[in-house]
Design a protein around this ligand. Structure first.
Ligand SMILES: NC(=O)c1ccc[n+]([C@@H]2O[C@H](COP(=O)([O-])OP(=O)(O)OC[C@H]3O[C@@H](n4cnc5c(N)ncnc54)[C@H](OP(=O)(O)O)[C@@H]3O)[C@@H](O)[C@H]2O)c1
Length: 333
């Protein structure tokens, strides 16, 4: 099979397309014929050894995918060969064939485009899980979403709207404004506006935001801290700015506020049932039109390095997905 290989932790430029032997699934695993794989900021971090998970070299990057079941391990139940699925993997998605634990694979309802499904699990799973499980976002509350042009941020805008919140989103300049409004934001503000804090305060009648979703960190976390309402919750999602904020505990104390960490991937170990329940809700919303994820821009497998570099350098302009041409099927098991 063709696969993208990382042989050194020096970033996307060192990635190469290589031929590899098809991987064999273990007893509780599935082999999936990949049709498309989502690109995430975490891929860029992993290729530089800066992600919390560090697979041994060489490895195939890529953490989420959609395709069809190609083979099932002996202990796997409930999946059949040829069934459309989406899955999350530790790494290995940028390849023609990938191995996933059965507990990380979700059967897809008919009619869902694999390009859409490939970019769905991490961004939308994170947005839903953080807002519902950790922040308890309620209808009528105000949600502030930073990094709203990015994968996780845009999904948080849409999920917040589906949950009945008033959604204020921030993004750089005006370029992504229409895309973010189309996902349900009530207001899109410029993340580089020096008066951003005052604007958010004015838009909330001085009360501040009930929940802030922050995948950016650095100066954007400061905006969360200064605009969070009494009993508000700041969701710490990631640090796309490259800067990990320090939190003055006294500010949380006086506002009865909470800074809440959220790492979606950790539920794969601690509570996989909750992840599956989240996907049931999200797929139901998708089918009922409550959320309408935009079709991602696609690049072919051989351009994976370019896609990851674009994300790393803030040139992505939305979710990117790698497509894998269908190849003749391997021997069935
Ligand atoms: N905790 C979890 O479970 C979880 C799950 C998914 C993602 N994450 C993390 O969340 C972050 C975003 O991931 P993603 O996949 O959504 O990435 P992405 O698609 O590349 O989006 C990154 C976003 O951050 C914005 N941004 C980057 N640098 C910025 C800066 N200095 N100031 C303001 N905005 C800035 C970008 O806005 P521009 O358009 O202005 O460049 C973009 O909207 C990453 O740190 C990732 O590791 C965490």
């Amino acid at each position: 099979m063709r696969a993208i290989l990382c042989r050194e932790l020096s970033g996307p430029a060192a990635l190469a397309l290589e031929d590899r032997s098809p991987p064999e699934p273990g007893a509780c695993q599935l082999r999936i014929r990949v049709r498309a794989a989502g690109v995430n900021f975490a891929d860029a971090l992993m290729l530089r050894g800066r992600y919390q998970e560090r697979p041994p070299l060489p490895f195939v990057p890529g953490m989420e995918l959609a395709g069809t079941v190609d083979a099932c391990g002996a202990a796997v139940e409930g999946f059949v060969r040829g069934q459309p699925v989406m899955a999350v993997v530790d790494h290995g998605a940028f390849a023609e064939l990938a191995i996933a634990r059965a507990s990380d694979v979700v059967a897809l309802p008919e009619g869902i485009d694999p390009r859409l499904a490939a970019g769905f699990p991490i961004a939308w799973g994170t947005a839903y899980g953080a807002l519902v499980w950790r922040a308890g976002l309620a209808a009528g509350e105000t949600l502030l979403v930073h990094g709203a042009s990015g994968g996780a941020g845009l999904a948080a805008v849409a999920c917040g709207r589906a949950l009945g919140a008033r959604v204020l989103a921030t993004a750089r300049g005006d370029r992504q404004r229409e895309r973010i409004l189309a996902q349900g934001a009530h207001q899109v503000l410029d993340s580089e506006d020096p008066d951003l804090v005052a604007r958010i305060r004015a838009l909330t009648g001085g009360l501040g935001v009930d929940v802030a979703f922050d995948p950016v960190g650095g100066p954007m976390f400061e905006v969360c801290r200064r605009t969070v309402a009494w009993e508000g919750r700041i969701l710490i999602i990631g640090f796309a700015s490259g800067r990990v904020p320090q939190i003055p505990a006294n500010h949380l104390l006086v506002k009865n506020a909470a800074a809440v960490g959220f790492y979606w991937g950790s539920y794969r170990e601690h509570d996989p049932g909750r992840l599956r329940a989240g996907f049931r809700v999200l797929l139901d919303w998708l089918q009922r039109g409550l959320i309408r994820p935009p079709m991602p821009e696609t690049l072919p497998l051989e351009r994976t390095a370019e896609a990851i570099a674009r994300l790393e350098e803030r040139r992505a302009g939305g979710k990117l997905v790698i497509t894998v041409d269908p190849q003749p099927a391997t021997a069935s098991r």
